[in-house]
Design a protein around this ligand. Structure first.
Ligand SMILES: [Zn+2]
Length: 369
């Protein structure tokens, strides 16, 4: 086993199993990110230059239709800001939200407030709880790391389904290179279109038949892209983006209430990222988010280290409340939950995966590019 080490430039550490350090103790994660950012500078400048073109294309595609585009909203800063920018630039988006039964009150408040102030229609898909619970429990029993794959995959499915329903070709989402560009260590999550993995895990550990849960496979992606010609647009890349400025604007104009950390808009995500991931798997996702902010000049390393010294749960009472809430909602006893927490991680791939198909298609696409 290698000794524990933290990067001297960012806050990535040896919990990322494939991390390597140079002679100055600088890691490959921030080095690669910086190199990519440099390459991306020109690309981003180009996107800023083509912003009006994109907006006209989205508008002209929406002509005669009820909406111009889909914007997936989670209640987080990035997607809320993307929705705000879309409306500000004269687009008529349909806001799409997936309610998997774990929304925090704060997230529901933020979403309702945003769509209300902006005069945007909101479509909320409430997931079948029995199916979702059974799928989540299967992932617990499988001891795989990426329980959030279920939500992320369903969200993709939902956005594309709504785009087809309204005949729109653009799905705008709140991704941006400045604050999300650093790679998540490959062991920390799973390929997000891996329906085969979801189905195999459920087949082995699940009890409830899955009839309505939205699923989005690699083949679905190809079908929506090449038959329906739907594009996913990382909308924030078309604008200068500074997260704290965006948050300030949202707070001022929409009474937006901030979360203590990224992705804390869902009780499950909060518990997963703040408790299960660091305690069972030994991964603290804040390291990636904070390293991103350091490298993009939005936070100092010292500030990040201070933030990391705090528990992922800023309020210990909330941690215990959440633990009891999650256990009860999923049907764990104290004993079965502590057995889960102490069981070793099992890689997703053990159960089968369709990642190979994506790799193959990407390799083919590279040849023809
Ligand atoms: Zn680093």
């Amino acid at each position: 086993m290698t000794d524990y080490q933290t990067c001297t430039r960012c806050v990535m550490d040896t919990t990322a199993k494939d991390i390597v350090f140079d002679e100055n103790g600088v890691c490959n994660y921030c080095t690669t990110f910086l190199k990519r950012m440099e390459e991306a500078q020109a690309e981003i400048a180009d996107l800023h230059f083509h912003r009006d073109e994109l907006i006209s294309a989205v508008k002209s595609n929406g002509k005669g239709k009820e909406y111009d585009c889909i914007v997936g909203v989670s209640g987080g800063v990035d997607s809320s800001y993307a929705l705000y920018l879309a409306v500000k630039h004269g687009l008529r988006p349909l806001a799409v939200h997936l309610d998997n039964g774990w929304n925090s009150e704060l997230a529901s408040h933020n979403i309702a407030n945003m769509v209300d102030h902006l005069g945007v229609d909101l479509y909320t898909h409430v997931i079948d709880w029995e199916e979702n619970r059974d799928l989540q429990l299967s992932f617990f029993k499988a001891n795989v790391v990426d329980i959030e794959l279920l939500m992320d995959n369903a969200m993709l499915a939902l956005n594309y389904q709504q785009a087809v329903k309204y005949g729109v070709r653009h799905i705008l989402f709140g991704y941006n290179r400045a604050t999300e560009g650093m790679s998540i260590p490959p062991q920390w999550n799973q390929y997000k279109r891996d329906v085969y993995n979801i189905q195999q895990i459920h087949k082995r550990f699940g009890n409830v038949p899955i009839k309505t849960h939205p699923l989005f496979s690699t083949v679905d992606y190809m079908r929506y892209k090449y038959i329906y010609r739907i594009k996913q647009i990382a909308f924030l890349n078309y604008f200068p983006y500074n997260k704290s400025e965006a948050l300030e604007l949202l707070q001022k104009e929409f009474c937006y209430k901030p979360y203590p950390y990224k992705h804390y808009e869902s009780v499950f995500t909060r518990f997963y990222q703040g408790y299960i991931l660091p305690r069972k798997f030994g991964y603290d996702k804040r390291r990636v988010h904070l390293s991103n902010l350091i490298i993009s000049g939005q936070l100092t390393r010292e500030e990040a280290i201070k933030l990391l010294e705090c528990s992922p749960y800023p309020d210990p009472r909330q941690e215990e409340q959440d633990r009891i809430f999650v256990m009860k909602k999923l049907g764990f006893s104290e004993e079965s939950f502590s057995l889960y927490m102490s069981a070793p991680e099992v890689p997703h791939q053990i159960y089968g995966s369709e990642k190979w198909l994506w790799d193959l298609l990407s390799a083919v696409a590279r040849i023809f590019r």
